[in-house]
Design a protein around this ligand. Structure first.
Ligand code: NAD
Length: 508
């Protein structure tokens, strides 16, 4: 056993393998207690796994800590490399942010891995139709609009920056393909909207194809997100794994949870290079907290992902078979199951699983149980400082212009006149004005309605060689614009190895 928290976190030493444990709020403690009780009965603690409690959640927020986790909790998670957590309340209002999002970002848990399987005793439209679903979603967990980089740009316009990086995409694709290889999956799809967001989703897709070259045994394909959603509803059993950018992955993974019976049956893991977080994806269920009726299945399933992460394959298989046998028998908590069979509470449900340890389900395939397993966590060495991750190096870039964004209620023609005047006697000429992404100058339609926020594009005049001027000339140009207009933002236009690093406007 580890020394726990009493001896101070920094001198905390584990005898074997330690997992930081945050039970959570609301029903969290009830379902966590049930899960740990089950794990103990299956021999997880005897195998050398030690759970170290950490302080996170509502009580920490209540002390005025806006991160919702103590410094000691952070150190313990970093020492252990794994956090097993119950659902946690996100404070309404005030400065408190979602702990789930904070934890993923703080510890760089870049891949969200969620598994969706048809379970016996959990009736859905698909199970009734005899369709067996067994698929997973790997969602990029850190980037996209979830960077939360938002600004009010004018009276009427607010922006959220959508950031997709090559190394961030590489990490998530590599995790997905490595997992597919380990699980022996035949095909992995990349879902995207690269037909519209040609640069951001285009990069996500390009990196998928590039990383896939290292996994020739896994077949790959790509699918546009809207078609994917329809396919998932019409024929979900035809997918095995889909990798998606953050926001699309967030939405599609809840859709998939719906296919197999809801969030209560969809476990979740957040995996990074150094730290992994395993959690139930449902919330704290305040309406039933403390009543002893919560369903622990989602947390148990997330715990099984964790046991497999530390290579306790035998223990995971024993517990999963017992859980399947229990569900198959029709025993259920109040939130699911047959109406003609009365529900049981959390404790009875867990006891039923414990009673079935060693048994196998009969109506669905049992999980093969290996002979023995010993906990093992392979960890990358602790980083010495914050790392910069990179994919492309030695790229030749050249400045070719700038986009200047204005807060103005003027008409496109009036804005154009002013901007042409500003560009006189500079190396730049006005080439485009767009509004909400649609070109409104030099050509446009009277039917295009404009808001008070314009993109003004200046590009090098003919005869001015790319590379002959630096960024400072574009800043000087912006300075001239700012003499008369409010410049809300500015983007440098560059080529990267000769390829334009910016999109065209709709209609250009
Ligand atoms: P919720 O998931 O807590 O509850 C929605 C409904 O599902 C409720 O009727 C609830 O009783 C039921 N339910 C959820 N889990 C259940 C379980 N294990 N067994 C039986 N029934 C269950 O969603 P909410 O009400 O929107 O959120 C409540 C709180 O949880 C909020 O503070 C929210 O911020 C937080 N939350 C946390 C997480 C997380 O920590 N991963 C996720 C979502 C919401």
């Amino acid at each position: 056993m580890g020394a726990g928290l009493e001896g101070g976190v920094s001198d905390y030493m584990a005898a074997n393998l330690s997992i930081a444990l945050a039970s959570g709020d609301g029903i969290g403690p009830e379902i966590m207690h049930a899960t740990l009780d089950l794990f103990k009965a299956a021999g997880v603690n005897e195998a050398g796994v030690d759970f170290v409690p950490v302080e996170m959640g509502a009580t920490v927020f209540a002390q005025g800590n806006s991160r919702g986790m103590t410094d000691d909790a952070i150190k313990t998670v970093e020492n252990c490399g794994i956090l097993f957590k119950g659902p946690m309340e996100t404070p309404k209002g005030g400065g408190g942010k979602s702990i789930n999002v904070t934890a993923r970002k703080l510890w760089n848990a870049y891949a969200n891995f969620r598994v969706f399987k048809t379970l016996p005793g959990v009736e859905t439209l698909y199970s009734k139709a005899g369709l067996h679903i067994d698929m997973s979603i790997v969602r990029e967990n850190l980037e996209d609009t979830y960077g939360g980089v938002e600004h009010r740009l004018s009276n009427d316009v607010i922006q959220c920056k959508r950031l997709i990086s090559a190394p961030g995409s590489d990490d998530v694709h590599r995790f997905a393909l490595q997992t597919a290889r380990k699980l022996g999956l035949k095909k992995v799809y990349c879902g995207h909207k690269a037909n519209i967001m040609k640069m951001t989703d285009g990069l996500f897709l390009d990196r998928f194809k590039a990383v896939a070259k290292d996994f020739p045994e896994v077949e790959t394909g790509d699918v546009i997100i809207d078609a994917l959603c329809m396919n998932l509803v019409v024929r979900p059993h035809t997918y095995q794994m889909i990798v998606l950018p953050n926001l699309q992955g967030d939405i599609v993974s809840d859709l998939c949870a719906g296919l197999v019976g809801g969030l209560g049956f969809a476990p979740s893991a957040n995996i990074g290079r150094h730290i992994a977080i395993f959690e139930a994806v449902h919330g704290t269920a305040p309406d039933i907290a403390g009543k002893g009726v919560a369903n622990p299945t989602s947390l148990i399933l997330s715990g099984l992902m964790m046991l497999r992460h530390i290579q306790l394959f035998r223990h995971a298989a024993l517990i999963e078979n017992a859980l399947l046998a229990t569900l198959e028998s029709g025993i259920h908590t109040g939130d699911f199951g047959r109406k003609d069979k009365p529900p049981v509470g959390t404790r009875e449900f867990t006891q039923a699983i414990k009673d079935r340890l060693g048994q196998k389900p009969t109506t669905v395939a049992a999980v093969p149980v290996p002979d023995a397993s010993t906990p093992l966590l392979e960890r990358a060495p602790r980083p010495q400082g914050q790392q910069t991750i990179r994919t492309f190096k030695n790229v030749v870039t050249q400045v070719v212009g700038c986009d200047v964004y204005l807060d103005t209620p003027l008409s496109p023609a009036a804005v154009a006149e002013e901007m042409q005047r500003v560009a006189q006697d500079t190396p730049f000429r006005l080439t485009l004005i767009s509004n909400r992404g649609t070109q409104v100058w030099p050509t446009g339609s009277v039917y295009t309605e404009c808001v008070d926020y314009y993109r003004i594009r200046f590009e090098l005049r003919e005869g001015v060689a790319p590379g002959s001027i630096g960024q400072s000339r574009t800043v000087a140009l912006m300075d001239r614009v700012a003499e008369k207009f409010v410049v809300c933002s500015y983007e440098l236009l560059r080529t990267f190895d000769g390829v334009k690093g910016f999109s065209l406007a709709q209609g250009q």
